[in-house]
Design a protein around this ligand. Structure first.
Ligand SMILES: Cc1cc2nc3c(=O)[nH]c(=O)nc-3n(C[C@H](O)[C@H](O)[C@H](O)COP(=O)(O)O)c2cc1C
Length: 254
């Protein structure tokens, strides 16, 4: 086994107090968050194993209810398997079209909503509700916290892939029983996300495709912030925060 020098995981800079991150590191994190995109067209270039290992490790460092770690990462390269998932997607995509009236139906059908065959790696992130036995700290009242935890792992994975220059696309237009059958996933295990991973064929767009195509805009942050009680827009003690939410706070230099 090759031994590596352990790399420091703490970011240090001369005048930054312990436990804080220097401005450059904070900017890098926010750049990854705002520059993350759902990617659906991929170059054929393979993903290096060391980058893939880091991405999976980042996912595995996610928070989880009662430290349950209910996730598994099912890596898929086999073309036959991907063809079967793609067929499943094609059927479901067509079926979902009936939920939209024209002209949105045609627009929906014009979108490329997966990269199953062109991505070098497909990855199914699953959640095992039994992973930590019957009693898990913090999960009694809200059993779904196992899936919430798995979603935290997926977002970590998505951001880690972004900083590696690797795109991720989430494909949810799939029927779960059939997906379970194709991937041999036991009935009690939940396939939470079917992801396509690879280098994007056309870079990372600045804005979501659904925004640039006119389907839907990003909701202004201020509309989603309530003060003290649901629906309360009176700012009271929060009045100094409110104006900062008007402009995109991540556009302001730090
Ligand atoms: C739970 C979930 C399911 C999604 N399913 C799909 C999908 O089936 N196909 C697709 O093209 N994008 C899918 N997306 C990506 C969203 O469309 C995308 O995140 C959103 O439009 C915002 O764009 P951005 O991720 O590029 O910022 C999904 C995202 C999430 C979080």
């Amino acid at each position: 086994m090759v031994k590596h020098e352990a790399q420091s995981r703490t970011v240090t800079a001369g005048d930054v107090p312990p436990g804080r991150f220097p401005a450059e590191a904070r900017r890098a994190l926010y750049a990854a968050i705002t520059g993350r995109r759902d990617i659906r067209t991929f170059a054929a270039d393979p993903i290096p194993d060391d980058a893939l290992a880091r991405i999976l490790a980042a996912a595995h460092h996610a928070p989880s209810v009662g430290f349950m770690q209910p996730w598994s990462f099912l890596l898929i390269r086999d073309r036959e398997t991907r063809l079967r998932v793609k067929e499943l997607f094609d059927r479901e995509r067509q079926a979902a079209a009936c939920f939209f009236d024209e002209p949105r139906r045609s627009q929906y059908l014009s979108f490329k909503l997966e990269g199953i065959l062109d991505a070098p790696i497909n990855l199914c992130v699953t959640c095992d509700p039994l992973a930590a036995g019957p009693a898990v700290i913090g999960r009694n009242s809200i059993p779904e916290t196992d899936v919430y935890s798995t979603c935290c792992a997926i977002e970590n994975l998505w951001l880690a892939a972004r900083v590696e220059g690797i795109g991720t696309g989430w494909v949810s237009i799939l029927k779960l029983p059939q997906l379970r059958a194709i991937l041999n996933i036991p009935p009690h295990v939940i396939p939470v996300a079917y992801l396509c991973l690879g280098y994007p064929a056309a870079g990372f767009p600045e804005h979501p495709l659904l925004q640039t195509s006119g389907w839907r805009n990003r909701t202004p942050l201020r509309e989603l912030v309530h003060y003290e009680q649901w629906g309360m827009k009176e700012r009271g003690e929060w009045k100094q925060l409110a104006p900062l939410l008007e402009e995109d706070p991540l556009d302001v230099p730090i």
